[in-house]
Ligand binder design. Sequence first.
Ligand code: ATP
Length: 413
Amino acid sequence: MDAEIIAVGSELLTVGRLDTNSLYLTGELNNLGVEVVTKCVVGDDLARLTDAVRRAFSRSGIVILSGGLGPTEDDLTREAVAQALDRKLIFHADISDALEQRFARSGRRMSEINKRQAYVIEGAEVLPNDRGTAPGQWIAAHGAVAMLLPGPPHELKAMFEQQCLPRLTQFVPRQAIRTVFLRITGMPESDLDALISPVYKKYQNPVTTILAANGDLQVHLRARCDTDAEAIALLAEVAGPIEALLGDRLYSRIGDPLEVVVGNLLRERGATVAVAESCTGGMLGARFTATPGSSEYFVGGFITYSNALKRDLLGVPASTLEQFGAVSSQTAEAMAQGARERTGATCAISITGIAGPDGGSEDKPVGLVYIGIADAAGVVVTQRRFLGDRERIRVFTTQHALDLLRRRLQGLL
Ligand code: ATP
């Protein structure tokens, strides 16, 4: 069964307000095994809204409208759905009375326009709203169901959870839903898709989604079957070959972020880590310490932006800085070694590079970074060039540094 969401409100078509209700609803529907196949935002325009509702009913089993249930002239959701279904709007005196009492409780008089909220589409069930004035409505028509929900997110969530979910579970066939959540780094999204699409494109079930941000890639596989056992078997059939293609670029099969995976590897080995950062200015330390319990393996670090601090805090020889420069393999090596020695950590990561936009040269362009990993076996330095603005270069560098330590700990580097 497929669903369609219509977010109603001209304010959602401005730069000032984002439709977040549909994200919440999509998550809840997916948990029931329902795919959202279309969603749209429609302004406060009766003809356009009626048209959108008509189209939604013609092709989707579940239609959810959010917003436009208020008392004013531009709250048109009730009218639009009534017109689209060719049904009347019927005044419910009990809703009007309840609204009046609600106003009276807060010492106010209800104005005449609030009576608009007491109109219910012929044949619809009223969904009480304990957090606001706009009641919702649930309508079954042409083998489909529609829900009219209030726009304010806290009202919509409460109404959906309390009123709609129990009704939907009766309406939607029971299904077993299982997901696999793979995380990958070290390749562009297009390469990832080219690599694994020959496998996942053979299947409509599970549904495969690829998400990419900040050098981090996620592959979600969601299987819907009659039983758990079938869903698990289907996921194994599809995820197995994908995992094999990804090889050591796959860092988590359960959706853990890279810093958590690296933290677990350190903890399992009884190892600790220190950092020495120049151009990332503490971003690597921040990622490590974002994980609760990271004090078990993260000892601390150095933000050594100036040459003087690289020398004084990490013991990078002045001659190294002079001869090769702060952004060099030799400096990265000395930084990592110094951080390890001075903290007593099992391993250390160093980062030095040119984040830009200024400071690049032909020899050492913006985006050039050196990352050192020091451990008992010595220091490995990796040179990379990341493209993009300052923030992107710093984020990608941090991600790559974490991945290098993961590889080192797993014996891949
Ligand atoms: P009310 O009776 O409170 O007016 P309503 O159903 O008419 O309820 P709207 O007037 O459409 O709701 O929206 C009220 C507020 O709810 C908006 O100003 C906005 O802040 C928020 N809102 C509406 N739709 C969405 C949405 N899709 N995502 C996030 N917020 C929304």
